[in-house]
Design a protein around this ligand. Structure first.
Ligand code: DP6
Length: 389
């Protein structure tokens, strides 16, 4: 039996940071995110279940992973406990092969897409019906939001067993079709410390985190839901930027501090505020996760101009040009002298500071791919392609 799923990345506009239960992955606050289209960024996972497989195998981007990972085992156990006990595949070994088409563990939400994809494929394999977001949550908290498309809230829940800590769709991708996302990749190397370690340290040491979770986030979630439902970009942008800034303030309030943003990240923040001031309204917003890369949320009407501004402020190295921008094509508009004059133009500083850009939209949730050509494994449970490259 073989199944293949693809699942999207999501980028939170109200961040999840801090757990009240490490094993069950129960958060200390609600969070809210946009699910990105799988066209530009996704995880693809094929699972083969077979009575002839001698052992369980797990390959991620061609590298063998341990099957003894407690998060993987928790997801498997939850899935198996929900399956019909008569299914023969419950007793078979599994070969799992998973690939990201974007850098893994570089603060680009790879664990969210990864676990959402794994759980989606397992649910298909073991014929599980109903909401699987609480199962994806056992793999990685943010993964529960990638189970749905569009705009998604993760409700923290109050039950000690976690059954009400689930994701809920707020609005589908089609609700705000003008919304665009530009990911500015500053660094695609593995991050210094994971979100898991960082948030654990914040829970132990940051007083600001407690205040954020209890006093700030509940109000922000309501305001953000309203902004999304009303398609009020101005409010959406403001809340998104404020929340990203507050999350990184908590990271600095952590002891020892978790420093995720770098000089280029701060230069991006400045660029966005300078542009918005020039336009006299919030046309672009930023959100930074646990890494230096920026996620800009903006409307389609400003994408071309912002791209020109980005190229002006962060001149790309010419040799990067071919694959410098992936996803939806962008036209480079000439930038007016008036607009140029508002930016500090220090080419030496910012030359080549951005590695590449991804231009995408809000998209749908995970799906199963049914064509045999889509499978990453052959019938022996081995990857079809070689991962030497
Ligand atoms: C900054 O979901 O990666 O991206 O639950 O420990 O696996 P674990 O953490 P993870 O944390 C994501 C944190 C964040 C904010 C967010 O996505 O809400």
């Amino acid at each position: 039996m073989m199944v293949t799923s693809v699942a999207p990345v999501n980028i939170a506009v109200i961040k999840y940071w801090g757990k009240r239960d490490e094993d069950l992955i129960l958060p200390i606050n609600d969070s809210l995110s946009g699910t990105l289209s799988v066209d530009a960024m996704c995880t693809k996972t094929t699972i083969l279940a077979s009575s002839t497989l001698k052992e369980n195998i797990f390959l991620l981007n061609g590298k063998k992973q341990s099957f003894e990972n407690p998060r993987l085992l928790n997801c498997l156990q939850e899935i198996r406990s929900r399956a019909n006990p008569g299914l023969p595949q419950l007793n078979w070994n599994l070969s799992i092969c998973s690939e990201n088409n974007f850098p893994t563990a570089a603060g680009l939400a790879s664990s969210a897409a990864g676990y959402a994809c794994l759980v989606h494929a397992l649910a298909a394999l073991f014929q599980i019906e109903g909401d699987i977001s609480a199962i994806a949550r056992r793999g990685s908290g943010s993964a529960c939001r990638s189970i749905f498309g569009g705009w998604v809230q993760w409700c923290m829940g109050s039950s000690p067993t976690g059954e009400d800590s689930i994701a809920r769709p707020i609005a589908p991708a089609s609700h705000w079709p003008e919304m665009r996302v530009l990911i500015l990749v500053v660094d695609d190397q593995k991050k210094k410390y994971s979100s898991t370690t960082g948030m654990q340290r914040s829970v132990e040491t940051s007083k600001l985190l407690e205040y954020r979770a209890t006093e700030i986030v509940p109000k922000k979630i309501e305001a953000m839901k309203e902004a999304i439902l009303m398609k009020d970009f101005e409010s959406f942008a403001r809340i998104t930027m404020e929340d990203s800034n507050q999350f990184h303030a908590v990271c600095l309030d952590t002891f020892p501090p978790c420093v995720y943003m770098n000089d280029t990240s701060h230069a991006i923040v400045n660029m966005v505020h300078t542009y918005n001031k020039f336009k006299n309204s919030s046309k672009v917003s930023y959100a930074f996760d646990a890494g230096p890369n920026a996620c800009l949320y903006l409307l389609d009407s400003v994408v071309d101009e912002i791209f020109s501004v980005i190229n002006y402020v962060f001149p790309p190295v010419t040799s990067h040009q071919a694959d410098y921008i992936t996803g939806i094509p962008i036209t480079r508009e000439p930038i007016s002298e008036e607009l140029k004059s508002v930016f500090e133009h220090n080419v030496l500083d910012k030359y080549g500071a951005l590695r590449y850009l991804i231009h995408t939209t809000i998209g749908d949730g995970p799906k199963t791919l049914n064509s045999p050509d889509d499978h990453l494994l052959n019938l022996n449970g081995l990857p079809k392609r070689s991962y030497d490259d």
